[in-house]
Design a protein around this ligand. Structure first.
Ligand SMILES: Cc1cc2nc3c(=O)[nH]c(=O)nc-3n(C[C@H](O)[C@H](O)[C@H](O)COP(=O)(O)OP(=O)(O)OC[C@H]3O[C@@H](n4cnc5c(N)ncnc54)[C@H](O)[C@@H]3O)c2cc1C
Length: 359
């Protein structure tokens, strides 16, 4: 029998499985479709909240904890699995300068590195940027990125090598509870037992709790992205302007994101988003007009109030836990969030206070 069932094989479910397995627990991950094909696949892999000074402290605390560990974690995954998550610290250049004072104050308080650049310095470091975009920019050299689809592949391979059971095409239909304790889950075709169950089902997490009269405030928020095929090093940094970003990958793929749309569980791409993202991309990097769009996709982020995830035990049902609602920051918050959930479930001293994340 397994100790823990984790419902959902996105970044949060997989990282939670990693932490519990590391602590010696027997873990089974149940995934409705295939591992890592929903929001975690769809994202940009930027390892920082965008405009981090706009977020509340509970988001910053998890981001900071994860950021300190991402490089060595990716290195470990690469050497154990041969799949490189491509952790790359190429920094983020933000062409919006109107929040400069707020950003500098935040950076001082959190020991983060933000520099102010003049126009000449912007063109010197990124010649492809349109000079009229901004007279000033903010440069955050410490910000890194991962290639999220590869991180997911690598994590899956690692977990399988460590005897974590992963069942794909295995949708959980119901949580089975007796006398206030969970003891099993009902999937499409079988009943699986465990004394502890963790809901890490991203945007779909609230649906599993509804029959238990628990109103988890996690809702889908669609995000659309474009992918250009460009030569490697067309740009070298992540560049942001007015909420849109351009992310260069090592092999010359360039991502452009993203939209933030409250349209329920609609995952279709739209012509309107394509045109908005294309226009934003060319405004930031005019040279992108010379290259083809290779892909356009959408993902459903697990939205939550203020983007603060729910991490912890269900208030009344013994053995039931939630790790969901990471909104725009699941990749960067994931390692800390998974560690905190494991701390709570295993009765260890938590890495940060669990209070802001309680259900
Ligand atoms: C366009 C876009 C850009 C983004 N950019 C970034 C970024 O740059 N940096 C960053 O940190 N974050 C980013 N994010 C956010 C990040 O991707 C999410 O916060 C994160 O992926 C959430 O992970 P998750 O595991 O909770 O959800 P998901 O990846 O959606 O995984 C949940 C899984 O649960 C499964 N599931 C659901 N219901 C059931 C069930 N009943 N039974 C079994 N399985 C079930 C689903 O099939 C799914 O695979 C972005 C997101 C999008 C969409």
């Amino acid at each position: 029998m397994t100790d823990f069932i984790i419902i959902g094989g996105g970044i949060i479910g997989l990282l939670t499985a990693y932490e519990l397995n590391r602590a010696g627990a027997k873990v089974t991950v149940l995934e409705r479709t295939s591992i890592g094909t929903e929001s975690s696949w769809a994202g940009g892999g930027i390892l920082s909240p965008l405009y981090p000074w706009r977020y509340r402290e509970p988001v910053t605390a998890l981001a900071y904890w994860s950021q300190q560990r991402y490089a060595s974690f990716c290195q470990m995954l690469f050497s154990e699995t041969g799949i490189d998550p491509e952790w790359t610290q190429n920094g983020l250049l933000m062409l919006d300068s109107d929040e400069h004072a707020m950003a500098i104050k935040w950076a001082k308080h959190h020991n983060a590195h933000i520099e102010r650049l003049q126009t000449s310095e912007i063109s010197a470091c990124e010649p492809q940027i349109k000079p009229s975009n901004s007279s000033h920019a903010m440069w955050m050299p410490d910000i890194a990125q991962v290639r999220n689809p590869r991180l997911l592949k690598s994590l899956k391979a690692y977990l399988l090598s460590r005897n974590v059971v992963i069942k794909e095409c295995c949708e959980v239909k119901e949580l089975l509870i007796t006398h206030g304790s969970i003891h099993a889950v009902q999937t499409i075709d079988e009943k699986l037992t465990a004394s502890k169950v963790i809901i890490a089902s991203g945007a779909w997490s609230a649906a599993l709790l509804k029959p238990l009269a628990t109103d988890l405030k996690v809702n889908p928020v669609r995000g659309q992205m474009l992918l250009f095929k460009t030569p490697p090093k067309l740009i070298s940094r992540i560049v942001m302007h007015q909420g849109h970003y351009v992310i260069p990958r090592r092999d010359g793929h360039t991502l452009v994101g993203s939209t933030v749309e409250h349209v329920g569980f609609e995952k279709e791409t739209t012509q309107q988003a394509l045109s908005v993202l294309h226009k934003a991309a060319l405004h930031i990097i005019p040279a992108l007009s010379n290259y083809p769009i290779k892909m356009h996709w959408a993902g459903l982020r697990p939205g939550s109030p203020d983007g603060i995830p729910f991490i912890g035990q269900h208030p009344t049902i013994q053995g039931l836990y939630v790790n969901a609602g990471h909104f725009r920051n699941g990749v960067v918050l994931g390692p800390a969030s998974a560690h905190l959930l494991a701390d709570i479930a295993l009765g260890r001293t938590p890495i940060v206070s669990p209070d802001p994340y309680t259900l």
